[in-house]
Design a protein around this ligand. Sequence first.
Ligand code: XMP
Length: 509
Amino acid sequence: LILVLDFGSQTSQLITRRVREQNVFSQLARPNLSAERIKELNPKGIILSGGPASVYGEDAPQADPEIFNLGIPILGICYGMQLVCDSQGCEVKSGESREFGRTPCTVSDHTNLFSGVPTNFVAWMSHGDQVQNLSEHFTSLASTETCQFAAVKHHSKPFFGLQFHPEVTHTEFGGMLLSNFVQKVCGCEGTWRISNLIEQEIESIRERVGDKRVICGLSGGVDSSVVAALLYRAIGSQLSCIFVDNGLLRKGEADEVSHRFGEHFQTDLHVVDAQEMFLSELAGVSDPQEKRKIIGRLFIEVFQKEAKSIENAQFLAQGTLYPDVIESGANPDGPAATIKSHHNVGGLPEQLGFELIEPLRELFKDEVREMGHELGLPDDLIYRHPFPGPGLAVRCLGEVTEERLKVLREADLIVIDELHKANLYRKTKQAFAVLLPIRSVGVMGDGRTYEDVAAIRAVETDDFMTANWSPLPHEVLERMSTRITNNVRGINRVVYDISSKPPSTIEWE
Ligand code: XMP
């Protein structure tokens, strides 16, 4: 285990990800986790992340000073480096010039951390403060034009500091630096694999569940499918799955989920057809938050009713991921909660009376995909774009009606089909059609038309918290537009959404 203490940098999570890429397990923890608790967790190394504060600021978050007496190797990054140096008697000051962006860096010591890194490389800097004077215990390992101590090490203790950010891809050889720290300095062997984790999870699920049943809600997306596949491997036919057809799914989706299920699992599947109920409660509602509330409430009602009909069920399995755990502040050792950018309508409240099983709690999305792959799920399911819990209701702007959903489904299918044909589905992380609540004038043959407008949305993103609009080739956009206006009755105009997040969101509602 490599523990990453989070001092509030935007890239703290990224550090844990990069360490895991070295096949070493890593977790994010709150900055002031006590040295005693750290000792219990027994990590092979500690990384102190960057952060927005100044070590001399009034509210500067501090680490427990005892962590420097545990004998555990420590790597400080940016603010983390300033903390390490400050604690060991070096002087940290506001730099004469702030350094931001790509910065040429020169290495003067190629042992340990910089083993294999060339003398000149480009590092990503983002700091105002920097270490001004080293105490006699430290030496410099690398420098930039304005930062004499871009990297430092302690003479006798296993402490290192990097003023730049090795975790971001803009830093050349950043992966090598982190790998040198975890392997050469901390002595991690790099044996952590998803397949080990699968075995561990299976054992712990079997032990917990005994002869009881486990219910798993399926959505058709990758997370719930991986949870189901893992549980199926652990407890076979003691698994019952529930799939709620809320009438807000894409074309053919409900059939596809059932069909797929039959291919992979020989166990109980409850498909609940609640289309009418959802659509009748949504009738006349056009406010986005109101729609979400109705859908969330109905989902819980429908799910609960079905779950109660399943005998001997004591557990509910959910696909909660590591970023959700971090963002919700649910882990007592983890960082405090941050504002969650969306409301997971698929999430079920604890009052349902089941014990929760969350086998993906330690995993990032790409690790979930790897697990899905190991469990034998097909690639097209593993790489499926995310689809929001409230479904097409938040893409059918204004009132949601059966007819409008039908129009939207046809347009959406064309967008996705053309993306696949252009081999851009994987590169684009989420894409869909949106049906706008306005009509515009068009011309068809000799006649004037007055019909709906569809927008195409396609984004590229790593984490869905920020996203750039995809620069789809004009030919692809043209094929989408022509097919939609020619084949989808009711749409005479197609526009392309060229807004990034922020300030826009990915969904339109
Ligand atoms: P936004 O629109 O907030 O979306 O930029 C970010 C990601 O979250 C998904 N999303 C939702 N997922 N329930 C969900 O389960 C919701 O209410 C919801 N709203 C947005 C969105 O599809 C994107 O992947």
